[in-house]
Design a protein around this ligand. Sequence first.
Ligand SMILES: [Zn+2]
Length: 270
Amino acid sequence: MEKEICGKYEIIDAHAHIFPEKIAENATVSIGHFYDMPMSGCGISEKLTESGNKIGVNRYLVCSVATTPHQVNSINNFIAGECEKHKCFIGLGAMHPDSESLESDVEQILSLGLKGVKLHPDFQKFNADSLEAFRIYELIEGKLPLLIHCGDNRYDYSAPQRIANIHKNFPNLKIQAAHLGGYQRWQEALECLRGLENVWFDVSSSLAFISPETAVKMIHAYGAEKCFFGSDFPMWSHEEEFERFMKLGLSEQENKMIFAENFKNFIPVD
Ligand SMILES: [Zn+2]
C-alpha cells in the first residue's frame, strides 16, 4: 500500500466489529462460518486499529451484535469501555427486539454516550420490519441513528424491501443501510432504497462481490453524498477494502465525501 495515497484522506471506517477479548476468537470464527468466508483478523480493538493504521483511518464506528436479549447490557458496557480507551472510536449500542426492557436499554445506550444502535436481523433472527422491531425504532427515532445489516440471499429477515418499510414507517429515523443496502441482493436494493431521504449506505462487504462498474452505478444512483466507506472488520482488512474502493475511480471530491465528510452529516463527530 502506498502511504502517500491513503495518507492524504481523512478516513472514517463507518462499519467495524469488535468483541470482548475472551470471546473474540470464537465470535470471529462463527461469523466466518455464517458467511462462509475467511476472516481477515480477530475482532479485538487493538487488531482493528492496527489494521486501520495501515491506511490512516482516523475514526471507527464500532459495534457488536446481541444474539440474545440478555447480552444487550453487557455489550453496551463493553463498547462504551472500548470507546473510553480508544478516543478514535464512535460506539453503537446493541439492542434486541425480544428484550423485555427496551426503554431502559435505550436509556443505557444514551447514558453511556453511545451514538446509535446496530441491528443485524439475520444474526438476531427477526424481520427488520416486524412489529417487535418497530418498538425499537419508535424509541430511537429522532434520538439515535440505526446501522442495520441489509440483505442475504439465504434469509429474508433483512431484505431491502423491509429496510424501505422501516423508512416508510419511521421517516425521521436516520438509517445506515449496510453493504450498499443489499449484501447479495443488489438490484433489489437499488429498486427499494434509492431516493429515500433518511437512508444512507456503507460500501463495506460489497466491493469484493460486484464489479467496479456496478458499484459506481449503485453509488451514483443513491448519490455519492449518501455513501460511507467501511471495512466490516474483521471480515476484511482495511488495506483490502481501501484498494477495492480506489479501483472505483471516483472523483477526488467523491472520495473525500465517502471517506469522511458524508458520515459527519449522519453522526456528528468532533
Ligand atoms: Zn456489521
